[in-house]
Design a binder for this molecule. Structure first.
Ligand SMILES: [Cu+2]
Length: 256
């Protein structure tokens, strides 16, 4: 084997390791405070990368089709003569271009996901119980709402979710987050509401029964002081009785 050819795996491994280190460094440098912005950023990055790579490879393909086209007459096919090293390089370099980009995007996605799993400490924490076919929210002061969640702008909102019957999913397209809720387990998702006065659609994103497509909710973003006023007013009406999943189950069982 040619000396250079022997070194190629080593060079490739070195290049990949360098890319991984660089991607990791780039990704960790940007701690994302707003998960939605992070996912959007990653999405744009993927689209730009695949567009550039796609155009590049399409141009190369078109060029080769033209260059090695059959000319008039009974021309005999005559490919370029490549050395072993050049042949290997033709495989390794394009492969590396794809792999390094994949690795870069994957590292960014991984970092973003890890950031997302770290829920900000200063947050509004709300319990969510899903059931056929509604989203039932319980605020820390005992206020309960159904299929509508009022939240203050600028404060991260954490939903701790469970289900009283079957599998559902709380999907908020505007915030780029969705999470399953299921019986016997507590899952969570969080988002950062920003625009005062804006309503965000919530849908169930796991098929849960015949009325699944009607299972929807909305998130209404209020100014912080407006939210406070509503929250305290509703809270004062409450006897502070928060029903647990077990209590809900018992209530459902006694009805049937
Ligand atoms: Cu559902």
């Amino acid at each position: 084997m040619h000396k250079t050819t022997k070194r190629i795996p080593l060079i490739l491994a070195g290049m990949l390791a360098a890319t991984a280190a660089w991607a990791e460094k780039t990704a960790s440098g940007s701690v994302i405070k707003d998960p939605a912005a992070g996912w959007d950023h990653l999405w744009r990055e993927v689209i730009i990368d695949i567009t550039i790579i796609g155009i590049l490879f399409a141009l190369m393909t078109a060029y080769f089709i033209w260059k090695y086209r059959r000319r008039p007459g009974n021309e005999v096919g005559n490919g370029p003569k490549l050395s072993a090293a050049a042949a290997v390089a033709w495989v390794v370099i394009p492969t590396f271009v794809f792999l390094s980009d994949d690795l870069y995007v994957a590292a960014n996605g991984w970092q973003l996901w890890n950031n997302y799993r770290e829920v900000p400490a200063d947050r509004l924490e709300i319990q969510l119980e899903t059931g056929m076919y509604s989203f039932d929210y319980t605020y820390p002061n005992g206020v309960r709402t159904q299929n509508e969640l009022k939240v203050p702008a600028g404060k991260p909102v954490l939903l701790r979710m469970t289900s009283r019957d079957t599998l559902h999913n709380h999907f908020i397209p505007d915030f780029r987050v969705k999470e399953d809720s299921m019986p016997g387990r507590v899952t969570y998702l969080w988002f950062l509401p920003k625009e005062v006065g804006k309503e965000h659609v919530v849908t169930c994103a796991s098929y849960c029964g015949v009325m699944h497509s009607y299972m929807a909710s909305k998130i209404v973003v209020l100014a912080p002081e407006e939210f406070r006023a509503w929250y305290d007013q509703e809270g004062s009406k409450q006897g502070g009785s928060i029903k647990t999943v077990a209590e809900n189950k018992a209530a459902t069982a006694s009805k049937s």
